[in-house]
Design a protein around this ligand. Structure first.
Ligand code: ZN
Length: 315
């Protein structure tokens, strides 16, 4: 059995995973703006609690798989760069921490890559060898699998910066240094500014919300709020253009969509699919779409899978 930890922007999810099944899981608030190291005592306490509650012992666990946002050096088990959250996680020695705290080895991977590995090993795209994933969280995460190989690249950033491919070069400044990134145009953190710039915003029911999220825009659009309806069209065109960018860059058979936004997949996925099929240059045919059934599980399963692969290699 493996311990899997997913350091998300909002919650830290912890699971006990055995042969592609999450046996038990729990979640604690991330407070990621406050950094990573301050949360580690709570993470350890939650692991011990989860084991005890489910009558497992630490000695049954063979390792720890960790997923985080940001640019991750999987081989070096360190975070190289991270945007806005967990600022103190860069360079943090995960291996040393877990060796001291639990006497267990670990692997580390970017969360979108972990989700893609989880979905193509055990999930909605099981067995697929050429796939991209786009996940809608605080930011927009992506990953690519080509010919069965997860794309990492010389500087560890291949495939994962799809949220920072521009969908409008004259667009908004992004926190990565670029302008008009998909994330800056249509990511969760950009919604407030996007909505406030929209003509007529003050007459929309969105003006009454404290901090906008995707669901509020979707709900308002459903209730015939004209501003929300137009905003949703803008968002969908950016998301779809972002997917076309991934299709052009990585040549997948299948696009996997994930994250909280997919709770409204019936309102969104057909529109994304239609745009992508109309705009992507794919003379071989049409890329297929799949939606992750449980985004939290896919990350936990993905890091567990990586741990198994790593242990098979070294064992
Ligand atoms: Zn950017």
């Amino acid at each position: 059995m493996n311990i899997a930890i997913d350091f998300g922007g909002t919650n830290i999810k912890i699971g006990l995973v055995q042969e592609g099944t999450v046996m038990a899981r729990t979640s604690i608030p991330a407070f990621s703006q406050g950094g990573l190291t301050g949360r580690l005592p709570d993470v350890l306490a939650s692991i011990h609690e989860l084991l005890a509650q489910n009558r497992y012992s630490l000695s049954e666990c063979t390792g720890v798989g960790i997923a985080t946002p940001g640019i991750v050096d999987a081989a070096g088990r360190t975070i190289l760069s991270i945007n806005a959250k967990y600022a103190d996680a860069v360079g943090f020695p995960f291996e040393k921490w877990l060796e001291e705290a639990l006497s267990l080895p670990c692997i580390l991977e970017n969360d979108a890559r972990a989700a893609l590995i989880g979905e193509t090993t055990y999930g909605v795209a099981s067995g697929e060898t050429d796939a991209v994933l786009m996940t809608f969280g605080t930011g927009i995460g992506t990953a690519a699998l080509i010919n069965g190989q997860i794309l990492r690249g010389r500087h560890h950033q291949a495939g994962i910066l799809g949220g920072h491919l521009a969908t409008d070069i004259h667009g908004q400044a992004c926190n990565c240094g670029n302008h008009g990134c998909l994330e800056a145009q249509a990511g969760h953190w950009a919604l407030n500014n996007l909505a406030r710039r929209h003509p007529g915003f003050e007459h929309s029911r969105l003006a009454r919300a404290d901090a906008l999220n995707y669901m509020e825009i979707l709900e308002a659009a459903k209730s015939s709020d004209a501003v929300a309806d137009e905003l949703l069209k803008v968002l969908i065109s950016h998301w779809a253009a972002g997917i076309v960018n991934l299709v052009h860059a990585y040549d997948p058979d299948i696009v996997i969509l994930s994250g909280g936004l997919m709770k409204s997949k019936q309102n969104i996925v057909p529109l994304l699919q239609e745009y992508v099929h109309r705009h992507a240059w794919t003379p071989w045919g049409q890329v297929r779409f799949a939606v992750a059934e449980d985004p939290d599980t896919s990350v936990l399963l993905g890091v567990s899978r990586l741990l198994i692969m790593e242990q098979a290699k070294s064992g």
